[in-house]
Each structure stands twice: as structure tokens, then as C-alpha cells.
Design a protein around this ligand. Structure first.
Ligand code: TA6
Length: 263
């Protein structure tokens, strides 16, 4: 599965796959790849890539009748526009998508980057005319995998005291501690929106999902190395706990902005 390589300023570059519009690399001023990709990832059309930024749409996880994380991450997108430090991909409803989900939609995924910042915006439009069409409801998320030296040294600030649904204990609401979030065991936390969202280590809007499979879940995933949990964390901006209702003619926008803290 060939990647599209886009060059940016100051030696920066990204790699993106038409399969799911999945960004798998961001070469920046601090690393050859800020994103984690499993050495055991599958690289087949129609199969999810284990790493980078898989897109979850119109469903998160197994919350409904669709495959895990919906259909966007395993359908072929097309390039709409490309320039230095920028690429935009698009996906429209098709016979393949209608088999799984009976709604018309127009999706675009725009990535803008350089050697110190990376932004990716997922936009979903309900193409029906305002008068004639019907609203559509969905979840959407950018499932971003970050490469880490050691997950046990991660301090994730900006979520102190926030409410989250714990997927490991059946989504019961819990309160995050008033200290930076650390990962010391399997973690699968769906944060709910807050009135005053703050930058979460990497500037994120909305309410992220934080995930690390830890030991047992890593061993259970065929496309994930047993020890790889030690060098990754998923910080996933999205609308999960409160699905989106999109009226005819309206456009939903989910942004992710990553700024390298040069220290
Ligand atoms: O985002 C967290 C999560 O929903 C986990 O529960 C785990 O299922 C992860 O996504 C990966 O899902 P995948 O379908 O890519 O194996």
C-alpha cells in the first residue's frame, strides 16, 4: 500500500494513505515520526492501519451496527488538493458506504503542517438541501497514536478534574484527578465535553479519548506488538460521549492542533 508523501517547510514531511486518509508519519524538527505505527500493522486496502491517525466516522468503537470505528478509516479517499505543507482528501457516500450506513455525506480531511506544528481538520457535510433533507447523527474522532519514549513518564495536563466515561468499567462516569493524567495500566477514557476546554498537552478541542492497551490487550491484538504499549499513547479528539446531529446543508468540523513544545 503506497503512501503519498508531502513535503513541508524546514525539512518537514508527512505520509498519508488513501486507505482511510490515514496519516502515518509527520517528520518534524524533533523526530522522524511523531506518530506511532505498530511494526505488526496490516497494510491492506480495506483494513485499518494500526497507528498514525485513523479516522472514526460515523461511529466510534463498537457503539452501533457498523464495524469498529465505522467506515471512514477503511474506505478509499481521493486527493482533492495538494501543496507544500498541505493536503486535502475527500470521501463521499458510495455503494460501499451505503451498504453499511444509509446516509449521504461529503467528508474532507485537511492536513496542514510544518516542522513545529501539525493541524488536521475533519469536516462532514450533510449534502441534503436545507428544506428537503433530514438530519443525520454520528460520532467522529481522530484516533491519533503518539510515539513515546516511555509511556510511564507521560504527564498529560489539561484534563485535571474533568469527567470521563471509563470504557473498562462499563462507561461509568468518573472524575480525573486534579494532577496531570499518567498511564500506569490499561486506560480507555472517554472524556465528556467541558465548558472551558484547556490545551491537553497537545492543543485539542472537544473532549478526547485517552487509550493505552497495556499488557493483556496488547497480547490480544494480532496487529500490535506485545511490548509496544510502552512507547505509545492515543490522544483522540472527537465527539463520542455526545454524538453530533447534523441538519441538512450544515457542516461539522473536528480540529486537532499539535504544537511542539520546544524545551
Ligand atoms: O479509542 C479507544 C478504542 O475504542 C479502544 O477501546 C480500542 O478498541 C481502540 O479504540 C482500538 O480500536 P481498533 O478497532 O482500532 O482495534
Amino acid at each position: 500500500m503506497e503512501a503519498i508523501r508531502v513535503s513541508g517547510l524546514d525539512g518537514s514531511a508527512i505520509a498519508v494513505h488513501l486507505n482511510g486518509a490515514t496519516v502515518t508519519e509527520w517528520k518534524n524538527q524533533r523526530s522522524d515520526n511523531a506518530f506511532f505505527v505498530s511494526e505488526r500493522s496490516e497494510w491492506q486496502e480495506g483494513r485499518p492501519i494500526r497507528g498514525g491517525i485513523p479516522l472514526a466516522f460515523p461511529q466510534f468503537a463498537g457503539d452501533g451496527p457498523l464495524p469498529n470505528h465505522g467506515l471512514a478509516r477503511t474506505l478509499p479517499w481521493t486527493v482533492a488538493e495538494q501543496a507544500t505543507g498541505y493536503i486535502q482528501l475527500c470521501l463521499q457516500e458510495s455503494a460501499a458506504s451505503r451498504e453499511l450506513w444509509p446516509y449521504a455525506f461529503d467528508a474532507t480531511y485537511s492536513v496542514t503542517f510544518n516542522a513545529s506544528s501539525f493541524s488536521s481538520v475533519l469536516e462532514i457535510t450533510n449534502p441534503h438541501a436545507r428544506a428537503a433533507g433530514s438530519a443525520m447523527q454520528f460520532q467522529a474522532l481522530q484516533h491519533t497514536y503518539y510515539q513515546l519514549d516511555a509511556v510511564t513518564t507521560l504527564q498529560l495536563s489539561g484534563l485535571e478534574g474533568r469527567t470521563f466515561l471509563d470504557k473498562l468499567t462499563g462507561k461509568s462516569p468518573k472524575q480525573a484527578p486534579m494532577t496531570p493524567l499518567t498511564i500506569q495500566a490499561e486506560t480507555d477514557a472517554i472524556f465528556v465535553p467541558s465548558q472551558n476546554p484547556r490545551p491537553v498537552l497537545l492543543q485539542l478541542e472537544g473532549a478526547p479519548v485517552i487509550w493505552n492497551p497495556w499488557i493483556a490487550k496488547s497480547a490480544a491484538m494480532a496487529d500490535f506488538g506485545d511490548e509496544e504499549y510502552q512507547h505509545m499513547v492515543c490522544i483522540e479528539p472527537g465527539c463520542v460521549s455526545q454524538p453530533v446531529t447534523l441538519e441538512p446543508g450544515a457542516t461539522f468540523r473536528l480540529e486537532q492542533h499539535i504544537t511542539l513544545l520546544v524545551c
